[in-house]
Write a protein that binds this ligand. Structure first.
Ligand code: 8YV
Length: 321
């Protein structure tokens, strides 16, 4: 009988996913769930045929070049792949896959949650209750902004953006978007297209980011572009921290240019810019866009479908390179 392929699983994955891995592979698990340093990762990959990383593993060109020769595949447990240098992987002849589609609903739900929480000052209200500082009901205190009838700008009308648009239509929001390419009418579903980011921004009472982190989107939301938003707009980010210039966003939140921000992703996670914590017009979550039981299971199975295909010589459904 031929040996089972050896797979390095860099983080603790859902039980059902680990059970399937243990059944079909010679899997090296990380029950501690600690993020490995690059050196540890390279060491633990000795003799492995494949790696299942999360976005917490930075597979830069330098790391990929140092991975053992045996590693032929990287099946990421994530839709985003900004943590993997695809060119370096390709140069080494590795196959790289991700987990698209299965986290669309969960991520759109978190974007909706952030829109609502940032608009209705959920953080401040909850703080009052938790710190027992809710002195008395007030007709004028804690006032937020209604979503109903407002304009929601979606930057990146891909799979998650389109689901958010559907959910937001249920709140009677008017949907505006920018994408590199205009969508066909059946996918646009009445959303108003703007051919540039600069044309979209002035139309946004709310702006939700749904583009990948690439060199083109790096710090796309900077001081100049925030300046194009209407005064008192609300920003939501469930995509990647790198799309936002922290200094510019913090200045805009301090000055009142922006009413509030709801953030699930940050530069330099988990050591985020501490100034976000000091602002009371931020609603902050620790990168939980896909963190539902259903979605994390589905992400794991999708990563395994890719791994199964690669290890049995078939074309993986979600090949990136
Ligand atoms: C995941 C994400 O939880 O899939 C992505 O790109 O950002 C998250 O939803 C994470 O990446 C797991 O690796």
């Amino acid at each position: 009988m031929s040996r089972k392929p050896v797979v390095l699983v860099t983080r603790k994955l859902p039980d059902a996913v680990e059970l399937r891995l243990a059944r079909d592979y010679d899997a090296r698990f990380n029950q501690e769930d600690r993020v490995y340093s690059s050196d540890e990762l390279i060491e633990r990959a000795a003799g492995a045929d494949a790696i299942i990383p999360c976005h917490t593993e930075k597979l830069t060109a330098a790391v990929i070049q140092r991975l053992p020769e045996s590693v032929r595949a990287i099946c990421s447990f994530s839709v985003g792949f900004d943590h993997i240098d695809l060119d370096a992987a390709k140069a080494r002849g590795m196959v790289v896959t991700n987990t698209p589609d299965v986290l669309n609903d969960a991520t759109a739900e978190i974007a909706m949650l952030l829109l609502l929480a940032a608009a209705r000052r959920a953080h401040q209200g909850e703080q009052q209750i938790r710190t027992a500082t809710w002195a008395e009901w007030s007709a004028t205190g804690g006032l937020g902004i209604q979503l109903t009838g407002k304009r929601l700008g979606i930057l990146g009308m891909g799979r998650v953006g389109r689901i958010l648009a559907r959910r937001a239509r249920g709140f009677d929001m008017e949907i505006h978007y920018h994408n590199r390419h205009r969508l066909p009418p059946e996918l646009e579903a009445g959303a108003i297209y703007h051919p540039s980011v600069e044309q979209l921004l002035p139309q946004c009472d709310f702006l939700s980011l749904h583009c990948p982190a690439t060199p083109e989107t790096d710090q796309l939301i900077n001081a100049e572009r925030i300046g194009l938003l209407p005064d008192g707009a609300i920003l939501v980010n469930t995509a990647r921290g790198a799309i936002v210039d922290d200094d510019a966003l913090i200045d805009a939140l301090r000055s009142g240019k922006l009413f509030s921000a709801g953030l699930d992703v940050f530069n330099n996670e988990p050591d985020i810019d501490p100034r976000y914590r000091q602002l009371d017009n931020t609603f902050l979550l620790p990168h939980v866009g896909s963190a539902t039981r259903e979605t994390r299971d589905a992400m794991g199975f999708r990563a395994l479908d890719n791994l199964d295909a690669i290890t049995s010589g078939r074309e993986p459904p979600d090949r990136l390179v």
